[in-house]
Design a protein around this ligand. Structure first.
Ligand code: PEP
Length: 247
């Protein structure tokens, strides 16, 4: 069976109730490809609001979750809390969590493991920095990141891997379809060798980094690109074109 196309919208720390209503109304009114899994990720305080507005085909995701259910962890959220607010997905290991908030591979892997244990689906993000790419270390970096996550995952059914080169996030500098396909193919090969052929064949590997309505269709043609994680453009009407990139 083919891998279902997946498009996630990471709204990051953006939006207000008014803005979210406009975005969701636009999505609800659009013709959205039934063959695409659609997930939007508002700031956690707007999860329930977004879920209440969105049509059934639009799922919601938290942008982060911690590795335990509750306790003295000021400012953090557990998977249980996200589920309670209607989110069935969570984004973990985003480059902003890694590079702005200092999360390391080990913590991210523990968070992935716990969110899965709680029944959530996980968008697990990995990707190299510009200097790492320029030093020819892209594979080394993404293999190390996925290895940490894979060590804690026993069931891959609810994992989407997002390859997001850091140099392409929010910069307007998209990876070419060739650059993205090359890394996606390497990641799939890694999954085949280190996990199993079945997991390699069924796990969606999506691309993130300045995806727009203008470049999504060409990227979506690549055999190992199974969808997108979208930041900036997910706040705009062009998100619809990205959802429908494979239509
Ligand atoms: C992201 O934040 O995951 C992302 C890919 O952002 P952008 O699309 O804005 O580059």
């Amino acid at each position: 069976m083919g891998r279902k196309f997946f498009v996630g919208g990471n709204w990051k720390m953006n939006g207000s109730k008014d803005e979210i209503k406009k975005i969701v109304d636009t999505l609800n009114a659009a013709s959205l490809n039934d063959n695409t899994d659609i997930v939007v990720s508002p700031p956690a305080c707007y999860l329930e609001y977004t879920k209440g507005l969105a049509s059934q085909k639009i799922h919601t995701a938290g942008q982060n979750s911690y590795k335990v259910a509750k306790g003295a962890f000021t400012g953090d959220l557990s998977p249980q809390m996200l589920l309670d607010c209607g989110a069935d997905w969570v984004i973990l290991g985003h480059s902003e969590r890694r590079n702005v908030f200092g999360e390391d591979d080990q913590l991210i892997a523990e968070k992935v493991s716990y969110a899965l244990e709680c029944g959530m689906s996980v968008i697990a993000c990995i990707g190299e920095k510009l200097e790492e790419r320029e030093a020819g270390k892209t594979e080394e970096v993404v293999f190390k990141q996925i290895e940490a996550i894979a060590a804690k995952v026993t069931n891959w059914d609810k994992v989407v891997v997002a390859y997001e080169p850091v140099w392409a996030i929010g910069t307007g500098k998209t990876a070419t379809p060739q650059q993205a396909q090359e890394v996606h193919a390497q990641l799939r090969k890694w999954l085949k060798e280190k996990v199993s052929e079945a997991v390699a064949n069924s796990t969606r590997i999506v691309y993130g980094g300045s995806v727009t309505g203008g470049n999504c269709r060409e990227l979506a043609q690549s055999p190992d690109i199974d969808g997108f994680l979208v930041g900036g453009a997910s706040l705009k009407p062009e998100f619809i074109e990205i959802i429908n990139a494979k239509a």
